[in-house]
Structure formats: structure tokens, C-alpha cells
Design a protein around this ligand. Structure first.
Ligand SMILES: NC(=O)c1ccc[n+]([C@@H]2O[C@H](COP(=O)([O-])OP(=O)(O)OC[C@H]3O[C@@H](n4cnc5c(N)ncnc54)[C@H](OP(=O)(O)O)[C@@H]3O)[C@@H](O)[C@H]2O)c1
Length: 229
């Protein structure tokens, strides 16, 4: 079978009517129900998103147990979570992700400047990790790697503004899925597209009303740049 050079990348986010990522209570059940509809092979997640997720929705970081040092034995049909973490931000916390029953396992993307101590932490716990990029993770090369090594065809970026905007600015995104919540957050807005550096043209491919008050929009991003590598 021939696999494409880069997977199809879908950014999926819950936003307020005024385009904020945060400062409101997202409907997590609906958010993840929609995420599952894309049948992603993997989820791509930024380190800040994991860290804030633990702070906002978790009950802190529980002490590690022996099972946290082993790869979980889960259904291979479940998506793996790929975390971009070149600074070692998630040292001591990754088991909170690995424990999610619907996560096949956690794969970590690091760079040449990642602290050795963090690499030892990953080794000791048998996490797959890949060094790809000098200071930060080279996202285009990372997508190539996920396609080649893991045969990923569909990647769901369930992440915040920083990583999402980097992917968009580098022309790596195929679709944007937005679950619009019936709330305006105004001055507290953490705008989803604030770091976009050029106009992006989209084609609306889905517009559905869900549970009476939510709108699910899916846009196809036009003029995706082809991979030079
Ligand atoms: N409403 C939603 O659907 C939703 C979903 C997810 C998150 N959020 C919200 O978004 C916020 C967290 O997101 P965020 O915007 O702070 O961060 P984020 O999207 O988690 O992005 C940070 C990630 O970007 C990577 N990065 C930064 N510069 C890079 C570069 N030059 N090249 C490659 N990678 C780079 C970082 O990697 P390193 O660690 O390697 O530096 C890190 O993994 C929270 O408020 C969270 O609640 C909302």
C-alpha cells in the first residue's frame, strides 16, 4: 500500500461565538464525540494544552504507579496521542495522558535541544519518541514521519492556538472543524486565529445545528502547500 507524504490534518476546536478558545465551559462530551467522527489515526496535542487540561479538568497529577512505566495494552484501533514537547514541559505528567482508556499510547516529539533528563524520563517509561528539529519540532517533517513510521492517514489536531496557528501558517492543515458554543466571552477572549500571518481562504463543507444550540462547522482550507520533502 502507498501512503501519502503527509496525513490529512484536521484542526478541531470548541470556540465561543466570538472565536475564543477559553474562558467558557466547553461541552467536552460533544467535542470528543465530533472528534471521533473523523476517525483519526492519531491526535496531535501541544504541551500547553496537556498542561492546562490537567490543571483545568484533572484532579492534579497522581503519583506514578508501576503500570505507568509500561506501554498500555489497548485496542489498536484507538488513536495514539502525539504530544509536541521539545522543552520537557510534561516531565512527571505524561502518565495522566497515558491513563486515558481511549488513548492507544502517547508518542512524544522532541528536538535536538530537548533536555537529556527528559529523554531519560521517556526511556524509563517506554514512550516512543522522535527527535525531529533543532530548537523546536519541525512540524512538516514530523507529519512526514508520522505518515511513514505509523501509516497515519488522518491526524486530528486537538490543540490550542499556538500549535494550531503554526500548522495553519505552514500550510499543513486540510480542514478546520469548529464547535461553536452559544457564549460570548468578550475581553477575556483567547482568539483562535490571532497569530495567523496571512489570509486563509476556506470552503464551507459542513454546517450543522447540534443539540439545539451548538453549531458544528467544517471548513476545507484552500491552497494547501504541497510538501517539498
Ligand atoms: N477550546 C478548544 O477546543 C481547545 C483545545 C485545546 C486547547 N485549548 C486551550 O488552548 C490553550 C493552550 O494552548 P496554547 O495556545 O497555549 O498552546 P498549544 O496549542 O498547546 O501549543 C503549544 C505547543 O506549540 C509548540 N510550539 C511552539 N512553538 C513552536 C515552533 N516554533 N515550532 C514547533 N512547535 C512549536 C510547543 O512545543 P514545545 O513544547 O516543543 O515548545 C507546544 O507543544 C489553553 O487555554 C487550552 O485550554 C482549547
Amino acid at each position: 500500500m502507498v501512503f501519502p507524504m503527509v496525513p490529512k490534518v484536521i484542526i478541531h476546536n470548541s470556540i465561543s461565538i466570538d472565536g475564543s478558545f477559553s474562558s467558557f465551559e466547553p461541552n467536552m462530551e460533544l467535542h470528543y464525540r465530533i472528534a471521533g467522527m473523523f476517525k483519526p489515526d492519531m491526535h496531535l496535542i501541544g504541551s500547553n494544552t496537556v498542561k492546562t487540561g490537567i490543571e483545568l479538568y484533572g484532579a492534579g497529577v497522581p503519583p506514578e504507579e508501576a503500570s505507568d512505566f509500561e506501554k498500555p495494552k489497548r485496542n489498536k484501533a484507538f488513536p495514539a496521542w502525539v504530544v509536541v514537547d521539545s522543552k520537557g514541559t510534561l516531565e512527571g505528567m505524561l502518565h495522566t495522558c497515558r491513563r486515558f482508556e481511549l488513548c492507544r499510547d502517547v508518542i512524544v516529539l522532541v528536538s535536538q535541544t530537548t533536555p537529556q533528563r527528559y529523554l531519560r524520563y521517556l526511556d524509563e517509561r517506554h514512550y516512543d519518541y522522535h527527535c525531529i528539529g533543532r530548537d523546536s519540532v519541525d512540524l512538516r517533517k514530523a507529519l512526514n514521519l508520522l505518515s511513514k513510521e505509523y501509516h497515519v492517514k488522518t491526524l486530528l489536531a486537538d490543540t490550542g492556538r499556538i500549535l494550531g496557528n503554526l500548522l495553519l501558517n505552514q500550510g499543513l492543515v486540510d480542514e478546520i472543524s469548529l464547535l461553536v458554543h452559544p457564549v460570548v466571552v468578550g475581553k477575556k477572549s483567547y482568539n483562535m486565529f490571532k497569530d495567523i500571518t496571512r489570509n486563509l481562504t476556506m470552503t464551507l463543507v459542513k454546517c450543522e445545528r447540534l443539540e439545539k444550540q451548538y453549531i458544528w462547522l467544517v471548513y476545507q482550507v484552500k491552497k494547501k502547500e504541497s510538501s517539498p520533502t
